[in-house]
Design a binder for this molecule. Structure first.
Ligand SMILES: [Zn+2]
Length: 333
């Protein structure tokens, strides 16, 4: 079968590999679509998160954001039939077929007929966004700031807007991504290439100096969807997030850090900030994400910027690397 195989940093190749053989209780999907995840990109760039790829003789097949059609079932798997259109998670989605373990086979989530495989393949990153949004727990009247307008940050925006009337400000370095944020309902967008975040927010009277604690702050919740890249320098996004959040506010860290950062921890103490790490999702959040897409409450189509066949594996990964251009690159095998 066709597959995109990871051999090392910046080296993903299109190859013919063996079709998976099912053990008892397992299900084979013909992949309809599979997105390239931020974690796949960390692997592609630096070899991080290798464990998220499915090992094969010549390397590893990445990809865990997929949807497809059930084409084979080994044994009796309750609730699953040949021809079902489904989404779930697993490893090795950058291929023509993917084997779903017996453990995951019982949690296949059906896709409505009017939802495309490409849209359905964005269920997993939406669940990651929903998990972060649930930690932020937006209430009407609050102000939430999302730093980093990639697929996860934009998904958090969609989740907040689906559930509340909180004001959402989206921050990024790319005008293209910020335009997308506006299209998806952001109340305000800020390009920090042109002006410092704290200056814009204090100019808008959204934050101010706290004379008692000697800190700045004002917004209720900040989501760090940018982290710290391997070659980035200057103050971290987390540091900025801590400076703009209000007394007793929340900072939700969704992005990963490719390098260690230094931080003034006293700002967390003095402001009583609740800092949440947000990793992946709970199964009920995955199901809720599929439901949000199926009901039309959240439209994921505007987030898919590119589709590629597996034959163009290397081009697909290189495209997803260019943050200015790509929001979500999806393989359609
Ligand atoms: Zn993912």
């Amino acid at each position: 079968m066709k597959a995109a195989v990871f051999h090392g940093p910046r080296d993903v190749r299109f190859e013919e590999i063996d079709k998976p053989v099912l053990a008892a209780g397992e299900v084979l999907l013909k992949v309809g679509a599979c997105g390239i995840c931020g974690s796949d990109l960390h692997t592609y760039r630096h070899g991080m998160f290798l464990q998220l790829g499915s090992p094969i003789d010549s390397g590893r097949v990445l990809g865990h954001e997929f949807s497809g059609e059930v084409v084979e079932i080994n044994g009796d798997v309750p609730g699953v039939s040949i021809g079902d259109r489904v989404t779930t998670v697993g490893m090795g989605g950058n291929a023509e077929y993917i084997r779903i373990s017996a453990e995951m086979a019982t949690t296949l989530v059906p896709i409505n007929d009017d939802i495309s495989y490409v849209e359905a393949a964005t269920t997993e990153p939406l669940a990651t966004s929903l998990h972060a949004a649930n930690l932020g727990a937006a209430a009407d009247g609050e102000t939430h700031v999302i730093i980093g307008a990639g697929i996860i940050g934009l998904g958090i925006l969609q989740c907040i807007k689906a559930h509340s009337t909180a004001k959402v400000i989206v921050v990024d370095l790319s005008d293209k991504r910020l335009a997308k944020a506006e299209e998806l309902g952001a109340d305000q967008v800020i390009n920090v290439r042109d002006s410092a975040l704290t200056e814009v927010l204090s100019g808008d009277h959204l934050i101010s100096e706290n004379l008692l604690s000697g800190t700045t702050g004002g917004v209720d919740v900040v989501y760090d969807c940018a982290g710290m890249g391997k070659n980035a320098s200057g103050p971290s996004v987390l540091e900025q997030a801590l400076s703009i959040v209000r007394q007793n506010g929340k900072v939700v860290i969704v992005a990963v850090f490719e390098q260690d950062i230094t931080l003034d921890y006293n700002i967390i103490v003095r402001k009583g900030v609740q800092v949440h790490g947000s990793w992946a999702w709970e199964m009920d959040e995955f199901i809720e994400s599929a439901r949000l897409i199926a009901s039309g409450k959240i439209d994921r189509k505007p987030l898919v910027s590119h589709t590629f066949p597996l034959e163009q594996a290397s081009e697909a990964y290189e495209t997803q690397l260019v943050a200015e251009e790509a929001i979500k690159v999806v393989f359609t095998p």
